[in-house]
Every structure is written in structure tokens, then in C-alpha cells.
Design a protein around this ligand. Structure first.
Ligand code: FES
Length: 577
């Protein structure tokens, strides 16, 4: 250990080390909880920020992991304290977890700031919990290590292996087309999720935990360990030990996570064919660290980095297979030529050191660069008059026939309108149509709900159509697939051109040219713009109003403007007890 910090430097000493009434008050109140002076005196206090709740189905194993993390902290000479945070379970939170990602970030930052905490273990994994915790810890900038929840086991149903979400969406299309009955549909769903842990495909959860691993904010390879594997427990305990050392080494996020670390994360994202949500979250996380990351960084990496991770929804396998194939360290070992190996990581070693001995144990799950799943990156960033500030398409999960397509728009004014009309037999739609969903953006949704994989109209499903070009300012689940253009920016509710599209307007998608254009003449567009009236706000008060009034657009990471800006917040003085 490279000790840089003395006991008197610890934040917690301002509480516990203070002489006279303030210090004594903190001390006897700690003893009130059953601790002795030996338990907490002269030790780094480590906050375990837990996103556990009874309404986060992916985090049901966290109570046990917390005990394992505590064990490691005690062993290393720290004092563990558990601090519950907002839970943000993807499945149960409405209208959108992205809204609450920002509230979790506030929660995490202010918990760390207002308490006698020297270092933090961040316990998350379900989609928004990872960026939310990292954003908060980055802004607070005290030593922090992330413990990813780990993915659930492979789904299993009637002898078939199932991926969370990805298999479900296909079965849902069959159900909507009348090919399977209600009972089959229900039992299918139960087979997809059969253990604690996050979705078992390379969806948003596994993408984000993998990228945080690449950034160096976990123990190396932690993100690939399945939730219920005993090595996950070991990793939790080792993370507890390590955070105590990180406090003494003064390993704060801003000291070692750099622009090069983020560049590595973008490269890994392309090779993983990661979730489109990662663009929003990585940008938001980088900005919290005072680093600039733009859609152009993703666009250029996408052209040079092949997809070598053969996982659903872009490929064949699941997260459990990925771990057995060597996991993230093995994948990164195949990308050495693209990565900056000098980046420092939470264990105090470089990325290059961490992957030096990594091996691939299954060449079909983690492909050689010379034999990739897709020759270029999974994501493509589009620009054009419909998206002057960008839009994104998961190319690897789209029908190749639709990647260059021009068709007439079928416009839904909002999600409610889409639900009401998409299956109307009289809807003037064909397989060549372009489905357009308006008002699904950061302010409009609100929070860009995962509506971007618009359902294929039933009458087309019956004809065997399984993919169409779909365009929205919303997001889509990382488990989803299809030719879905997402995150159109600026969004329709703040005056973006998407909101001016009308039925029948021709729209051209060209992924080779990386463009997305409304083929309507400028005078007509101008006339529509003049006639456009912004819809009334969703919220008159409360957090929803705060979010809507301050949320940034997708290309800026959808953080709140006053959280994303630079500037220091004073550390509280403990003597005012
Ligand atoms: Fe929690 Fe997918 S619902 S990770």
C-alpha cells in the first residue's frame, strides 16, 4: 500500500476526533448502537451505499453481500456503515428510471457529504443505479469502489435457454401475432428470470457495470461474475478490504479516472455492442468528473472497433457464458491495440497489468478481432435535419436490409396515441413505413422512457413483418432489438424537428452516410415551426418539475444543469452538531 493519508486527514476525524463536546457526542451516540471505542476510533469510516429494496428484483442478494463487504472492511481496519439510497428498480419505477437516476446521484452525493464517511462502497447494478451512484460519488470525489450486482443465471424454459428481455420481446411479438396463447406467454416469462441478479444479456445493466469496470472503478473483472456465484461473494469481501486501502492511498475518482479511461470505456462499449443507454450515462458520468465526452467519440470508435462479444441482444450467448469464457478481462485482452493500458484502476494497478494474464476460454463467445461478430461497432451515431445534435441506432441489433431506407412516416403524437392506434386495422401502415413516436424525450416522456422499440402493428405481424424503421426521442431497453433510431436530439417537446413530422412525410435513414433526414422542403418546415405550440408541462411542482426545468438533452447526458456544472461545494463542519 502506498500510504498518502494520515489519520488526522480523514474526514471522519472531524466528527469522531474532535475534542470536547462535539467529539464526545458523536462517540457516545455511536456506542449507543452497540459499538465500542475500539470498533470505530481511529479508523476510516466506510459508507456502504446500498440500492437494495423489496422493489428492486435485481438486488435481492444485496443483504448478504453487505455482510460480506463489511467483513472485508473490518478485516482491513475500517469501520463499515450501511447507508440505504434510492433503489431505482428498473422493472417497477414509473414513469422512467432515468428521472430517478439523477435523484439517486443527488442522494449518493449528499449522503457522502453530510456524514462522517472517508470512503464508499457503491452497491448497484440494475440499469440506472450504476451511473446514478457513480455520478454522485464522482461529484463528491472521495475514494469509492463499485460492487456490481452481477447478472442472473441463464433463463431456462421447456429446454430452451432464454435471455432476459431479448427472448421475451420475440415471444411478445409471437403472442401479439396470435402464435402463442396467454398461458404459454406467462410461463415463458417466468423462465427468463430465475435467480437474483441483473438482466443476463448485454443490456443496459451489464453494459454499464462492464464500462465502470473498464473505467477502473471496480476490482478488475468484477462486473462479469454471476450474482449467485460464490466468487461474487468473495469479490464483495475483497472490495470491502480494498476500499480501506484506497482511503489511505487517497484514490479519489478524479485522481485516477481520466479522459483516457473514458476512451477505453467507449472502445469496450463498441466491442461489447453495449446498450444505447450507455451513451447517455457515460457522457453524464464523464461530465461529473470534469471530462468532456461527446457523441463524436462514440461515432469514431464505432467505425474502428469490431463487435467481438457474441452476447444477446446482438449475438447469441448470455452473461453467464461470458464469465465462463473469461469475462471482461479476456475481452479487453483482445483489444489491447485499441486501449490505453496505462490507465490506473481501483486495485492500484494499471489496466495493462490487470489483463496481462487474461485468457479467452471460448472463442465463439469472445471472438478474435480477426473473426468478429460484426466488423464495425454495434452503435451508429446519426445526424441530419431530424437530429442536428445526434441520434443513435444499435446497428448490430437491426435488420441489415433496413439500414438504408426511405419511407413515409406514420406519426404518433405521444405514447398514449401510439397505444391507442398502433393495432388499428385502418392504420395506413406498410412494412416500408417509418414509425415515428413524438414526445418521448427527456422533458416530453418525461425521462426518455424505453418506448423506442415501438411495437410492430398487429396487421404487419400477421404478414410476418418483424422489423421496421422506428424513430423517437425516447430510449429503448438494452435488451431490445430492431431498427430503432433513438435519442433524437433535440427532442420534439423543446421544438426539435421530430415534433413537426406529419403522416406521409418521407424520411431517409442512411447508416452508411450516418444521416437521418426529413425530406420536406425548408419553406414547409418553417411554416410548421411557426404554427407549433409547446405542450403544457407534465408537472407543476415537486421533483418532476425540478427535473423538467433543469434536465439537459440526450447529447449532454440528461443530467440536471446545476449538477453537471463545475464548482466546489464546501465540506460540512462537524462542530455544528
Ligand atoms: Fe434490473 Fe434489467 S431489470 S437489470
Amino acid at each position: 500500500m502506498n500510504k498518502k493519508v494520515e489519520l488526522s486527514d480523514l474526514r471522519s476525524q472531524r466528527w469522531f476526533g474532535a475534542s470536547g463536546q462535539p467529539g464526545n457526542h458523536k462517540s457516545y451516540r455511536t456506542k449507543q448502537m452497540g459499538f465500542t471505542s475500539e470498533d470505530f476510533r481511529n479508523k476510516p469510516v466506510i459508507g456502504i451505499l446500498s440500492t437494495w429494496s423489496d422493489l428492486n428484483s435485481c438486488h435481492t442478494h444485496f443483504p448478504q453481500r453487505i455482510e460480506e463487504i463489511k467483513r472485508g472492511i473490518w478485516q482491513a481496519g475500517g469501520f463499515p456503515v450501511v447507508m440505504p439510497t434510492l433503489s431505482v428498480g428498473e422493472t417497477f419505477v414509473r414513469p422512467s428510471t432515468l428521472i430517478y437516476r439523477n435523484l439517486l446521484a443527488i442522494d449518493a452525493e449528499e449522503i457522502l457529504r453530510s456524514h462522517p464517511i472517508d470512503g464508499a462502497v457503491l452497491l448497484g447494478g440494475c440499469d440506472k443505479t450504476t451511473p446514478g451512484l457513480i455520478m454522485g460519488a464522482a461529484s463528491m470525489n472521495i475514494p469509492a469502489i463499485f460492487v456490481p450486482a452481477g447478472a442472473m443465471l441463464r433463463g431456462n424454459w421447456r429446454g430452451q435457454t432464454l435471455g432476459t428481455g431479448s427472448s421475451t420481446w420475440k415471444a411478445l411479438a409471437d403472442f401479439r401475432a396470435g402464435k402463442i396463447d396467454e398461458e404459454t406467454w406467462r410461463s415463458f416469462g417466468e423462465g427468463t428470470s430465475r435467480s437474483p441478479g441483473t438482466c443476463n444479456v448485454m443490456g443496459t445493466a451489464s453494459t454499464m457495470t462492464s464500462l465502470v469496470d473498464v473505467l477502473g472503478l471496480t476490482l478488475p473483472g468484477a462486473s462479469s461474475i454471476p450474482a449467485v456465484d460464490s466468487r461474487h461473494s468473495q469479490m464483495a469481501s475483497l472490495s470491502g478490504r480494498r476500499i480501506v486501502e484506497m482511503v489511505w492511498e487517497d484514490m479519489r475518482p478524479k485522481n485516477f479516472v481520466t479522459a483516457k479511461s473514458f476512451r477505453n470505456a467507449v472502445i469496450a462499449d463498441m466491442a461489447l455492442s453495449g446498450s444505447t443507454n450507455s451513451l447517455i450515462h457515460l457522457v453524464a458520468m464523464a461530465r461529473r468528473l470534469g471530462l468532456e465526452l461527446s457523441l463524436d467519440d462514440f461515432a469514431s470508435a464505432s467505425e474502428t472497433v469490431p463487435v467481438i462479444c457474441n452476447l444477446q441482444p446482438s449475438g447469441k450467448y448470455l452473461m453467464e457464458d461470458f464469465y465462463y469464457a473469461g469475462g471482461l478481462p479476456a475481452l479487453l485482452s483482445r483489444l489491447k491495440g485499441h486501449l490505453d493500458l496505462s490507465c490506473l484502476t481501483a486495485n492500484g494497478r494499471t489496466l495493462g497489468d490487470n489483463i496481462a494474464d487474461a485468457q479467452v476460454y471460448d472463442e465463439d463467445v469472445i471472438r478474435p478481432v480477426a473473426d468478429p461478430v460484426y466488423a464495425s461497432g454495434g452503435l451508429v451515431v446519426l445526424r441530419g435535419n431530424l437530429a442536428p445534435r445526434g441520434a443513435v441506432l444499435k446497428r448490430a441489433a437491426a435488420d441489415p436490409k433496413l439500414l438504408q431506407h426511405t419511407g413515409p412516416a406514420v406519426v404518433f403524437r405521444n405514447f398514449k396515441d401510439m397505444l391507442a392506434r398502433v393495432d388499428d386495422p385502418d392504420l395506413p401502415v406498410t412494412a416500408d413505413s417509418v414509425l415515428v413516436l413524438q414526445d418521448g424525450g427527456p422533458v416530453g416522456g418525461p425521462g426518455m422512457p424505453e418506448w423506442g422499440m415501438l411495437p410492430i402493428p398487429k396487421k404487419l405481424l400477421a404478414q410476418g413483418v418483424r422489423d421496421m424503421v422506428r424513430i423517437s426521442d425516447a430510449r429503448m431497453s438494452g435488451t431490445s432489438y430492431g431498427t430503432c433510431v433513438l435519442h433524437v436530439c433535440p427532442e420534439s417537446r423543446v421544438g426539435g424537428l421530430l415534433g413537426l413530422v406529419r403522416d406521409g412525410d418521407p424520411i431517409r435513414l442512411d447508416t452508411k452516410a450516418r444521416t437521418l433526414d426529413l425530406l420536406v422542403d425548408a419553406a414547409e418546415i418553417e411554416a410548421r415551426r411557426k404554427a407549433w405550440v409547446a405542450p403544457p408541462p407534465h408537472y407543476e411542482r415537486g421533483y418532476g418539475a425540478l427535473f423538467s426545468e433543469h434536465v439537459l438533452q440526450a447529447d449532454e447526458g440528461c443530467d440536471l444543469d446545476f449538477l453537471a456544472r463545475p464548482g466546489d461545494i464546501p465540506d460540512p463542519e462537524a462542530r455544528f452538531s
